[in-house]
Design a protein around this ligand. Structure first.
Ligand code: BGC
Length: 767
């Protein structure tokens, strides 16, 4: 029996006794520390370094004897701390058995996976989830993801990604929560709660907030590119969601690929030690992104041994995939370039995570293979995915209330995305079975049966650019080219449109046109589809565009010419049902934008909370020279942050404040009466923005500081109140002090970041 097994039994008993005797965490911490001290005392340096190694399976991935070669042998030698992307519970069970029974120390492995927006049941992509503006829906999606992933042996997810971005060229905006630090912080907390909840259970898993830091601000929107920005900006705009995740107890954090102030994030001492540990008190462990330690050699800051030393000293604990730590740290230790304390520090943090997950007490906690039958892709999970997908859809345009459609007459469903199963699950859907998602066409057919004459034509291929089409057909998400000519496909679609009452055009990006490594220099709907849309519009038939996208697109033509635009992002496995729910009015389009949609590519990067300049643009959007804007385009976006229509309308009363003046330390209440002025019940996201009129440093024109989602029946009115605390008025100045400055503040409340009503109050200094 190996060391871990013996102490494991004591741990189980001790834990039970301690748990009964004392609910106080500190006693458990003491028990954990004693346990890990003992382990560290018995481990060799090589075994400690092994814990810092996160790797994927090399060689055969079959179970059985083959698993014992390559990675299996390394596990036996104690050279592996965790594995990522092992896609089978049987295999995980077997690998865990090897670690526990055949390695000298018997330390269990971590099994990590990119469970990003669902596992077998796939939810909308994260940008879509953020558009729900619903903390509880996001928490539910994360919770279900944890249940399904843990049923298949996964105990650690590389989510949430909360990188702020203002640049829609960058494909990974699909995986974030948009442009706003306040909203992204709320979203981060919801994910962490959903994944981790109570880690004593076997259906909650460790979260990993990523990518720290500034990954969303690459120059030119090119993925992995250089970033350079002031610390004041980092603290005010890019760091808040990470800090929020840390405060919510996130167990791990992933560093970014990019440099921060000239040093790649995974070797950046200031980021990992000063900011993360000292300022925020993070007590989890830090892992790099894929191969990032080795990539530091390509960044040009040293050879593999040198960068590995630098990363460890800076506070990195685990090396994902590069073998930098595994391959060089022992040599560095022998040469006195790193100390045992530095290795122990990193090793301890990883062992702590394993302890907190309960893996020492029961290494097979996540290996209950029976759960695959009961806990995965269940009707209840799918029902939530359907509801949440509808809640993420953003209605961008609805001329003459053409939506919701009646379930009668004839509908032409047109477009290369209408009948594609693998595409609608979006960019990260490792656990999805591509036979199961409900296509848009399927969903509409199932909903209307034979009440509506529903006909389909593909109309065009994804794009005329066959090279691009090939690139986006990776990961099994294929867009088979139609054997017919472009002209023949188009004619079929146009003939169908002419014979139908209304056209539902399902078009936009393919899933793999956004996400990692998918930056674009055009934000238009791909050429072939755009051309078909124009021709469809020329038929004079009403056109409803159901838009698939992983990023803000430039839709000025569509806004001007089409009748309705419903942005569905990539909705997940229940896509078709959620789309038909919304198109026919059985559900509301519940989403509001969390990223500004520009009018044209030249406006990017763009965000609503920009700082004031000495030459502000005209608020009405008119074009002028010598102001902060363009001479050939308004500065205003097409759709602002927070925007989204409903099937009903809402009226906002005046913004009322209970005090005109407050002293430091006091709070005030802002109220607004919201009325459903339409004829249907509906949901509204009431948004609170605050603008600091004068600061010691320039301040944003406004910043989101609260929101509430309400439901009102026709004619119903409700007063929505927000408490404005000093915390909401604070910011980092250019000395990085988090300060509260007396002065005037404007409180703005409305349905989006542009259409607000306001009132002003004064904050005075304490006597
Ligand atoms: C991505 C990460 C991901 C990792 C592991 C990287 O390429 O940037 O977000 O977690 O791969 O799959």
């Amino acid at each position: 029996m190996n060391a871990v097994k013996i102490i494991g039994w004591f741990l189980l008993l001790g834990g039970l006794v301690a748990g009964c005797a004392d609910k106080d965490g500190s006693r458990e911490d003491r028990a954990m520390n004693r346990y890990i001290d003992r382990l560290l005392g018995e481990m060799t340096v090589e075994e400690k370094i092994g814990q810092l190694n996160l790797t994927s399976i090399e060689g055969s991935v079959r179970t059985g004897p083959a698993i014992r070669t390559g990675t299996g042998e390394k596990i036996v030698r104690g050279e592996v701390g965790g594995l990522l992307n092992v896609m089978s519970s049987e295999k995980i069970l077997e690998l865990q058995r090897i670690a526990v029974n055949e390695s000298r120390m018997g330390i269990p492995l971590l099994f990590g996976m990119d469970v990003i927006h669902g596992y077998n049941t796939v939810f909308p992509i994260p940008l879509g989830l953020s558009a729900t503006w619903n903390r509880s829906s996001i928490e539910t999606a994360a919770r279900i993801s944890a249940v399904e992933a843990s049923a298949q042996g996964v105990c650690w997810t590389y989510s949430p990604m909360v990188d702020i971005s203002y640049d829609a060229r960058w494909g990974r905006v699909a995986e974030g929560a948009g442009e706003d630090p306040y909203l992204a912080s709320e979203v981060a907390v919801a994910y962490v709660k959903g994944y981790q909840g109570n880690l004593t259970r076997n259906d909650q898993i460790l979260a990993c907030v990523k990518h720290f830091a500034l990954y969303g601000a690459p120059e030119g929107g090119k993925d992995y590119n250089t970033v350079d920005m002031s610390r004041m900006r980092m603290f005010n705009e890019y760091f808040p969601p990470f800090e929020a995740a840390v405060k919510a107890g996130v167990g791990s954090l992933m560093t970014a690929f990019n440099e921060v102030e000239g040093v790649p994030a995974g070797a950046n001492d200031w980021l990992m030690s000063d900011v993360l540990r000292q300022r925020w008190g993070f007590d989890g462990f830090v892992v790099t992104d894929w191969d990032a330690v080795r990539e530091m050699t390509v960044h040009g800051i040293g050879d593999l041994q040198g960068v590995s030393v630098r990363a460890l000293k800076a506070g990195l604990d685990m090396d994902m995939a590069s073998q930098g730590f595994a391959g060089t740290l022992k040599k560095s230790y022998d040469e006195g370039k790193v100390t045992l304390q530095q290795i122990d520090r990193a090793c301890r943090r990883i062992l702590e995570a394993k302890y907190k997950l309960g893996l020492f007490a029961d290494p097979y906690k996540y290996c209950d293979t029976a759960r695959v039958k009961t806990d995965v892709f269940t009707p209840a999970h799918r029902a939530e995915a359907r509801r949440i997908a509808a809640e993420s859809f953003v209605l961008l345009k609805n001329r003459d209330n053409i939506l919701p459609l009646d379930k009668k007459g004839s509908i032409a469903v047109i477009g290369p995305l209408a009948d594609n199963r693998s595409n609608i699950v979006g960019t990260w859907s490792l656990g999805a079975d591509y036979r199961t998602p409900v296509t848009i066409l399927d969903g509409l057919r199932r909903t209307v049966g034979d009440r509506v004459e529903l006909r389909y034509a593909k109309g065009c291929n994804l794009t005329y650019d066959t090279a691009l089409e090939r690139r986006v057909s990776q990961w099994g998400k294929s867009f088979p080219r139609d054997g017919r000519s472009d002209a023949a496909m188009r004619e079929e679609a146009l003939a169908l449109a002419r014979r139908s009452d209304v056209v539902v055009a399902v078009m936009g990006e393919a899933a793999e046109m956004s996400g990692e490594g998918a930056s674009r220099t055009s934000l238009d709907i791909p050429d072939a589809q755009k051309e078909l849309l124009e021709k469809l519009e020329a038929t004079g038939k009403p056109i409803v565009l159901v838009l698939c996208t992983g990023r803000p697109l430039t839709l000025a033509w569509e806004q001007e010419h089409l009748d309705a635009i419903l942005n569905i992002w990539f909705p997940g496995t229940e896509a078709g049902l959620a789309v038909s729910d919304v198109l026919f009015g059985d559900a509301e389009p519940g989403g509001r934008l969390t990223m500004t949609f520009p009018r044209s590519l030249g406006q990017v990067p763009i965000r609503y909370h920009h700082r004031k300049t000495g030459r502000p643009p005209h608020p009405d959007g008119s074009i002028a020279a010598y102001v902060t804007g363009y001479i050939d385009e308004t500065h205003l976006p097409l759709y602002p942050f927070g925007y989204g229509l409903s099937y009903t309308t809402f009226g906002y009363g005046k913004v009322l404040l209970d005090k005109q003046t407050i002293h430091e330390g006091e709070t005030l209440t802002a109220r607004v009466e919201v009325t459903n002025t339409g004829t249907r019940g509906g949901n509204e996201v009431v948004q609170l923005y605050i603008g600091d009129r004068v600061g010691s440093v320039t301040r944003p024109v406004k910043e989101l500081k609260g929101f509430e989602k309400i439901h009102l029946e026709p004619g119903e009115r409700r007063t929505v109140s927000f408490t404005i605390t000093p915390e909401l008025l604070k910011f980092y100045d250019n000395r990085l002090e988090y300060i509260l400055e007396p002065g005037e503040f404007e409180v703005m409340i409305g349905p989006d970041s542009h259409r607000t009503k306001s009132a002003v109050f004064t904050l005075t200094a304490a006597d």
